[in-house]
Design a protein around this ligand. Sequence first.
Ligand code: PRP
Ligand code: URA
Length: 214
Amino acid sequence: MKYKDYQNIEIMEHPLIKHKITMLRNKETKTAEFRSLVEEIAMLEAFLALQDLPLRDVETETPIETCMSPVIDGKKLAIVPILRAGLGMVNGIHAMVPTAKVGHIGLYRDPETHEPREYYCKLPENINDRLVVVLDPMLATGGSAAAAVDFIKERGGKHIKFMCIIAAPEGLERLAKAHPDIEIYVGNLDRCLNEQAYICPGLGDAGDRIFGTK
Ligand code: PRP
Ligand code: URA
Protein backbone atom coordinates (compact mmCIF):
# COMPACT_ATOMS: atom_id res chain seq x y z
CA MET A 1 0.00 0.00 0.00
CA LYS A 2 1.36 3.45 -0.90
CA TYR A 3 1.60 6.14 1.80
CA LYS A 4 -0.60 9.16 0.95
CA ASP A 5 0.51 10.49 -2.47
CA TYR A 6 4.07 9.26 -2.09
CA GLN A 7 4.68 6.79 -4.91
CA ASN A 8 8.10 5.92 -3.43
CA ILE A 9 6.80 4.77 -0.01
CA GLU A 10 5.52 1.23 0.35
CA ILE A 11 3.83 0.15 3.59
CA MET A 12 3.88 -3.65 3.86
CA GLU A 13 0.57 -5.45 4.21
CA HIS A 14 1.64 -9.07 4.43
CA PRO A 15 0.03 -10.84 7.42
CA LEU A 16 3.28 -12.64 8.29
CA ILE A 17 5.04 -9.29 8.68
CA LYS A 18 2.18 -7.85 10.77
CA HIS A 19 2.13 -10.94 13.02
CA LYS A 20 5.87 -10.87 13.63
CA ILE A 21 5.85 -7.13 14.36
CA THR A 22 3.24 -7.73 17.06
CA MET A 23 5.57 -10.29 18.65
CA LEU A 24 8.43 -7.77 18.48
CA ARG A 25 6.37 -5.12 20.24
CA ASN A 26 5.61 -7.37 23.21
CA LYS A 27 7.82 -6.25 26.10
CA GLU A 28 8.04 -9.88 27.28
CA THR A 29 9.81 -10.96 24.07
CA LYS A 30 13.37 -11.84 25.05
CA THR A 31 16.58 -10.92 23.21
CA ALA A 32 17.14 -14.18 21.29
CA GLU A 33 13.57 -14.31 19.99
CA PHE A 34 13.62 -10.58 19.25
CA ARG A 35 16.76 -10.99 17.13
CA SER A 36 15.24 -13.92 15.19
CA LEU A 37 12.06 -11.95 14.51
CA VAL A 38 14.00 -8.94 13.21
CA GLU A 39 15.90 -11.24 10.82
CA GLU A 40 12.70 -12.95 9.64
CA ILE A 41 10.91 -9.65 9.03
CA ALA A 42 13.90 -8.32 7.09
CA MET A 43 13.79 -11.46 4.93
CA LEU A 44 10.07 -11.03 4.24
CA GLU A 45 10.44 -7.33 3.46
CA ALA A 46 13.25 -8.18 1.05
CA PHE A 47 10.79 -10.07 -1.18
CA LEU A 48 9.09 -6.82 -2.07
CA ALA A 49 11.99 -4.43 -1.77
CA LEU A 50 14.32 -6.51 -3.96
CA GLN A 51 11.95 -7.42 -6.72
CA ASP A 52 13.96 -5.40 -9.25
CA LEU A 53 17.33 -6.99 -8.38
CA PRO A 54 19.45 -7.44 -11.47
CA LEU A 55 19.65 -10.94 -12.96
CA ARG A 56 22.23 -12.49 -15.25
CA ASP A 57 21.91 -15.68 -17.27
CA VAL A 58 24.21 -18.59 -16.50
CA GLU A 59 24.61 -21.83 -18.44
CA THR A 60 22.96 -24.58 -16.40
CA GLU A 61 22.88 -28.32 -17.01
CA THR A 62 19.59 -29.88 -16.01
CA PRO A 63 19.08 -33.70 -16.06
CA ILE A 64 17.40 -33.12 -19.43
CA GLU A 65 19.49 -30.52 -21.29
CA THR A 66 21.67 -27.45 -21.02
CA CYS A 67 19.96 -24.07 -20.85
CA MET A 68 20.61 -20.46 -19.99
CA SER A 69 18.86 -19.62 -16.72
CA PRO A 70 18.85 -16.44 -14.56
CA VAL A 71 20.61 -16.00 -11.22
CA ILE A 72 20.68 -12.93 -9.00
CA ASP A 73 23.67 -10.72 -9.62
CA GLY A 74 24.32 -10.35 -5.90
CA LYS A 75 27.65 -8.59 -6.40
CA LYS A 76 25.67 -5.55 -7.53
CA LEU A 77 23.86 -5.28 -4.19
CA ALA A 78 25.19 -3.41 -1.18
CA ILE A 79 23.37 -3.60 2.12
CA VAL A 80 24.18 -0.87 4.60
CA PRO A 81 22.94 -1.29 8.16
CA ILE A 82 22.82 1.78 10.36
CA LEU A 83 24.64 0.78 13.56
CA ARG A 84 23.67 -0.63 15.84
CA ALA A 85 20.11 -1.80 15.31
CA GLY A 86 20.35 -2.14 11.52
CA LEU A 87 22.84 -4.99 12.06
CA GLY A 88 19.91 -7.11 13.25
CA MET A 89 18.45 -7.08 9.71
CA VAL A 90 21.63 -8.09 7.82
CA ASN A 91 21.37 -11.88 8.22
CA GLY A 92 17.79 -11.82 6.95
CA ILE A 93 18.91 -10.24 3.67
CA HIS A 94 22.08 -12.33 3.48
CA ALA A 95 20.01 -15.51 3.78
CA MET A 96 18.51 -14.55 0.40
CA VAL A 97 21.49 -12.88 -1.28
CA PRO A 98 24.64 -14.27 0.34
CA THR A 99 26.91 -12.45 -2.12
CA ALA A 100 25.62 -8.98 -1.20
CA LYS A 101 28.40 -6.68 -0.01
CA VAL A 102 27.94 -5.01 3.37
CA GLY A 103 28.78 -1.42 4.32
CA HIS A 104 28.33 0.12 7.76
CA ILE A 105 27.24 3.54 8.92
CA GLY A 106 27.60 4.32 12.61
CA LEU A 107 25.12 6.88 13.94
CA TYR A 108 23.61 7.52 17.31
CA ARG A 109 20.94 9.98 18.33
CA ASP A 110 22.05 12.80 20.59
CA PRO A 111 20.00 12.21 23.77
CA GLU A 112 19.20 15.94 24.09
CA THR A 113 18.54 17.08 20.53
CA HIS A 114 17.65 13.65 19.03
CA GLU A 115 19.77 14.63 16.00
CA PRO A 116 22.12 11.96 14.55
CA ARG A 117 25.87 11.96 15.26
CA GLU A 118 28.13 10.02 12.88
CA TYR A 119 30.94 7.86 14.29
CA TYR A 120 31.70 5.44 11.44
CA CYS A 121 31.20 5.03 7.69
CA LYS A 122 32.69 2.29 5.53
CA LEU A 123 31.03 1.41 2.24
CA PRO A 124 31.84 -1.23 -0.41
CA GLU A 125 33.85 0.07 -3.37
CA ASN A 126 32.14 1.19 -6.58
CA ILE A 127 29.11 2.25 -4.58
CA ASN A 128 27.88 4.28 -7.58
CA ASP A 129 27.35 1.02 -9.58
CA ARG A 130 25.32 -0.75 -6.91
CA LEU A 131 21.81 -0.93 -5.65
CA VAL A 132 22.28 0.23 -2.03
CA VAL A 133 19.76 -0.93 0.56
CA VAL A 134 19.98 0.96 3.86
CA LEU A 135 18.70 -1.02 6.85
CA ASP A 136 17.36 0.27 10.16
CA PRO A 137 14.44 -1.25 12.04
CA MET A 138 13.31 2.15 13.40
CA LEU A 139 12.46 5.33 11.49
CA ALA A 140 11.56 7.78 14.26
CA THR A 141 12.39 11.46 13.59
CA GLY A 142 14.01 10.33 10.33
CA GLY A 143 17.25 12.15 11.21
CA SER A 144 19.44 9.02 11.20
CA ALA A 145 18.03 7.63 7.95
CA ALA A 146 18.27 11.00 6.14
CA ALA A 147 21.88 11.45 7.32
CA ALA A 148 22.81 7.89 6.26
CA VAL A 149 21.42 8.50 2.77
CA ASP A 150 23.34 11.82 2.65
CA PHE A 151 26.61 9.97 3.41
CA ILE A 152 25.94 7.38 0.71
CA LYS A 153 25.12 10.04 -1.88
CA GLU A 154 28.23 12.06 -0.92
CA ARG A 155 30.28 8.93 -1.65
CA GLY A 156 28.65 8.42 -5.05
CA GLY A 157 25.61 6.22 -4.28
CA LYS A 158 22.78 6.78 -6.77
CA HIS A 159 20.30 3.93 -6.59
CA ILE A 160 19.22 3.78 -2.93
CA LYS A 161 16.43 2.05 -1.03
CA PHE A 162 15.64 2.29 2.66
CA MET A 163 14.07 -0.57 4.57
CA CYS A 164 12.67 -0.31 8.10
CA ILE A 165 10.35 -2.34 10.32
CA ILE A 166 8.47 0.43 12.14
CA ALA A 167 8.13 4.07 11.10
CA ALA A 168 6.52 7.15 12.63
CA PRO A 169 4.71 9.46 10.18
CA GLU A 170 7.01 12.36 11.17
CA GLY A 171 10.17 10.46 10.20
CA LEU A 172 8.70 8.94 7.09
CA GLU A 173 7.76 12.35 5.70
CA ARG A 174 11.10 13.89 6.70
CA LEU A 175 13.03 11.15 4.88
CA ALA A 176 10.79 11.24 1.81
CA LYS A 177 11.08 15.04 1.57
CA ALA A 178 14.86 15.03 2.09
CA HIS A 179 15.37 12.25 -0.46
CA PRO A 180 12.45 12.05 -2.90
CA ASP A 181 14.56 9.90 -5.25
CA ILE A 182 14.86 6.86 -2.94
CA GLU A 183 12.37 4.05 -2.37
CA ILE A 184 11.21 3.48 1.21
CA TYR A 185 9.82 0.18 2.54
CA VAL A 186 8.04 0.12 5.90
CA GLY A 187 6.83 -2.92 7.86
CA ASN A 188 4.27 -0.92 9.84
CA LEU A 189 3.35 2.74 10.13
CA ASP A 190 2.85 3.60 13.80
CA ARG A 191 0.88 6.46 15.35
CA CYS A 192 3.39 9.16 16.39
CA LEU A 193 6.49 10.08 18.38
CA ASN A 194 6.46 10.84 22.10
CA GLU A 195 8.38 13.70 23.81
CA GLN A 196 11.57 11.58 23.87
CA ALA A 197 11.19 10.93 20.12
CA TYR A 198 10.33 7.26 20.72
CA ILE A 199 7.81 5.68 18.38
CA CYS A 200 4.34 5.01 19.85
CA PRO A 201 3.29 2.26 20.29
CA GLY A 202 6.65 1.13 18.83
CA LEU A 203 8.79 -1.54 20.45
CA GLY A 204 11.13 0.49 22.68
CA ASP A 205 14.84 0.79 21.94
CA ALA A 206 15.59 -1.57 19.07
CA GLY A 207 19.37 -1.60 19.61
CA ASP A 208 19.04 -2.47 23.28
CA ARG A 209 16.49 -5.21 22.57
CA ILE A 210 18.58 -6.77 19.76
CA PHE A 211 21.83 -6.73 21.72
CA GLY A 212 20.47 -7.20 25.24
CA THR A 213 22.09 -4.03 26.54
CA LYS A 214 19.21 -3.07 28.85
C1 PRP B 1 17.91 4.17 16.85
C2 PRP B 1 17.46 3.42 15.61
C3 PRP B 1 17.72 4.41 14.51
C4 PRP B 1 17.42 5.72 15.17
C5 PRP B 1 16.08 6.18 14.72
O1 PRP B 1 19.27 4.16 16.97
O2 PRP B 1 18.14 2.21 15.40
O3 PRP B 1 19.04 4.39 14.01
O4 PRP B 1 17.40 5.48 16.58
O5 PRP B 1 15.81 7.42 15.23
P1 PRP B 1 15.65 8.73 14.34
O6 PRP B 1 14.79 8.34 13.18
O7 PRP B 1 15.01 9.69 15.27
O8 PRP B 1 17.02 9.17 13.92
P2 PRP B 1 20.02 4.82 18.23
O9 PRP B 1 20.38 6.23 17.93
O10 PRP B 1 19.22 4.58 19.47
O11 PRP B 1 21.39 4.05 18.26
P3 PRP B 1 21.67 2.48 18.53
O12 PRP B 1 21.10 1.72 17.35
O13 PRP B 1 23.16 2.42 18.57
O14 PRP B 1 21.00 2.09 19.81
N1 URA C 1 14.98 4.37 18.19
C1 URA C 1 14.47 3.24 18.72
O1 URA C 1 15.18 2.25 18.88
N2 URA C 1 13.17 3.25 19.07
C2 URA C 1 12.37 4.30 18.89
O2 URA C 1 11.17 4.23 19.22
C3 URA C 1 12.93 5.47 18.35
C4 URA C 1 14.24 5.47 18.00
